[in-house]
Design a protein around this ligand. Structure first.
Ligand SMILES: [Zn+2]
Length: 612
């Protein structure tokens, strides 16, 4: 990464101080405490999956006329067709930063040029016919328009690209589009929540992009517009995100609980907190995050949804009692969940957010990516009769790669003066920070399929600094040895373990964890109890189960029913492989189960408990 790019990345990561009078009053500094350090190389399963996207889907998407024809010859043929170019620009920009592949750069430049060339004289960039545009006279456009949604992604994509490729032409185009939105929905203008689906929730995802525009342009009117979007939401009894989510209410309430959109708005609130220091914005986000993690995710980390009543659809959060293994996870939701968790990691430095991003990425997200690299699944349940991989340019196929690329930028980081290890996936990274006296880091091993890794630092001479280690999601008992000598890292309030010492150039740091087998039992909306199994960060599942082979499993007579070894026996396979005792059900990592497009079973019905 060149110095300009690195500066831009650090700004994007929130490392730049945000001057704010209110922020000083809060426990969490609005500028954030953790910054991702993008690696120069990623190996292992994430490296494989990044290569698949960069080699296949990236080109499949950009070569499709569907990406830009709606902008160049409006109207488009699909209501949210316009989101794809922005999503692609975001993911492909990060791909170029890692690969420096000139062909990707040319495709980026071409896409940006054509998108900007499609801008109308009034500033509009979109795919709608003139009479149906958000800026048309009130009452002309449809209540369910996705035009503002499109603008959210146009701004997001262009500004993401421009962070690494400074260009005033792009900024001017974004300001003109932002101005048109401001003149339509800004203070004293029409109510933004009067357009878009789910009581306007789909339009309020604009919040994050308007704040990106404020950060780049430093024009205060865009910050005021962001505040206005917040006020419009709070004035709408069906939304009221901050009031609802800081109360005892569930995430299934505001905006009908539309999962992807709700989490996308929360991303906007993380930024709004950064700029205002208003603690209730942060509380709304962190409380929602806790609820989603505790009550709305599968063991795979995927946030599930369910049509629990007439006003909802199967992409809306439902109350926790509607849990069922067949509930759907939209890949856009998993992506936004990974993004939200990483934003909270940067803001608070707390390990739990890194853990959750890891769980979702290593299981549910990569399970939605087909091994051919081109296809993605729109939905993927924990138990499904078909992994529905396809090459359609749908919202999810455009979202998934963004999660891969964004996650890859947060594998290691800096927490103040400490080097922070947020993963043990194999990688190498160059480090160019004054407070951390190493030139680079290398991690070796087969994590997460092995419970150990080797870490080496590139340095010219011994130096004293702190290294933070994160216990893997689902892991226990981390041991750190240097030259065979066991170290004693100190637990931090952040949840990381810190080792401060004088490190030497040839130190070989061996990190070892316990990856316990765990059983999770959950009552489904069908009244049955379902069991699922995890090995450290890896969710286990049966690939291609035959539909007729669905007899329930029997609870082991163990004192601790969550102890996985009471349920499972180990198989002698190269990757983690198990059989559920007393059955022919064999388990492998969820992400690979059914990866030929066939069926997957992650949760197994339990034999009803006999009444005593
Ligand atoms: Zn989607």
């Amino acid at each position: 990464m060149n110095p300009t790019s690195r500066r831009a990345f650090l700004q994007a990561a929130g490392a730049a101080p945000v001057a704010n009078r209110l922020a000083a009053q809060t426990r969490v500094p609005a500028a954030g405490v953790w910054q991702g350090l993008p690696p120069s190389q990623v190996g292992g399963i994430l490296g494989d999956r990044l290569a698949l996207w960069r080699g296949k889907r990236l080109w499949h998407a950009v070569k499709s006329p569907f990406l830009l024809e709606g902008f160049e010859s409006p109207p488009g043929s699909h209501p949210w067709q316009g989101e794809h170019s922005g999503k692609w620009l975001h993911a492909a920009t990060l791909a170029f930063e890692q690969t420096r592949d000139r062909a990707i750069l040319r495709a980026l430049e071409n896409t940006v040029r054509r998108l900007i060339a499609s801008q109308q004289s009034n500033g509009y960039i979109g795919t709608y016919a003139p009479a149906l545009r958000f800026c048309a006279p009130p009452g002309r456009h449809s209540r369910s328009s996705w035009d503002v949604w499109t603008a959210r992604y146009v701004l997001y994509g262009l500004l993401s690209y421009e962070q690494f490729h400074p260009d005033e032409t792009i900024v001017r185009a974004c300001v003109r589009l932002g101005e048109l939105l401001l003149n339509t929905y800004g203070p004293g203008k029409a109510d933004l929540t009067s357009v878009g689906t789910r009581h306007g929730l789909s339009s309020t995802v604009l919040l994050e992009s308007i704040l990106m525009l404020y950060e780049r342009s430093r024009e205060r009117r865009f910050l005021e517009f962001a505040q206005q979007i917040h006020e419009s939401m709070e004035a709408n009894p069906h939304l009221r995100l901050v009031a609802t989510l800081t109360s005892t209410q569930d995430v299934s309430a505001p905006g009908d609980g539309k999962a992807y959109q709700l989490m996308a708005v929360l991303l906007g609130y993380v930024r709004l907190f950064r700029h205002t220091g208003q603690t209730d914005y942060l509380s709304a986000v962190t409380r929602a995050w806790e609820r989603i993690r505790n009550e709305h995710t599968f063991v795979t980390g995927g946030p599930w949804a369910y049509k629990s009543d007439a006003v909802k659809n199967h992409e809306c959060f439902a109350r926790p009692e509607y849990f069922h293994p067949a509930n759907l996870v939209e890949t856009c939701s998993t992506t936004t969940w990974v993004q939200l968790s990483l934003e909270l990691l940067k803001l608070t430095g707390e390990a739990k957010y890194g853990e959750e991003a890891e769980r979702a990425l290593l299981n549910h997200l990569i399970g939605a990516q087909a091994p051919n690299g081109r296809d993605w699944a729109y939905y993927s349940a924990a138990n499904t009769t078909k992994r529905d991989y396809n090459d359609v340019l749908h919202c999810c196929g455009s979202s998934g790669p963004r999660a891969l690329e964004v996650y890859a930028c947060h594998l290691i980081g800096a927490a103040g003066d400490a080097l922070s290890l947020n993963t043990y996936l194999p990688l190498s990274a160059r480090i160019d920070l004054p407070q951390i006296p190493v030139r680079g880091v290398r991690i070796e091993g087969r994590y997460p399929f092995e419970s150990r890794a080797i870490v080496r630092f590139e340095m010219d001479r011994p130096a004293r600094f702190a290294v933070d280690f994160r216990l893997p999601s689902g892991g226990m008992q981390m041991r750190v040895k240097i030259g065979g000598v066991e170290q004693k890292p100190d637990p931090q309030a952040s949840g990381f373990l810190r080792l401060t010492r004088t490190w030497k150039p040839n130190d070989v740091v061996e990190v070892q964890f316990e990856f316990p087998l765990r059983a999770t039992i959950q009552r489904g909306r069908d009244g049955r109890d379902w069991a699922a199994f995890t090995l450290g960060p890896i969710a286990l599942a049966q690939g291609s189960p035959t539909p007729s082979d669905d007899s329930p499993i029997v609870r082991p007579a163990a004192s601790d029913p969550t102890a996985g070894q009471a349920w499972l026996e180990l198989l002698q396979t190269a990757e983690p492989g198990f059989r559920i005792k007393g059955t022919q059900y064999t388990l492998m990592p969820y992400s690979r189960a059914g990866s030929d497009g066939s069926s997957v079973r992650t949760y197994f019905p339990l034999e009803p408990e006999r009444r005593k």
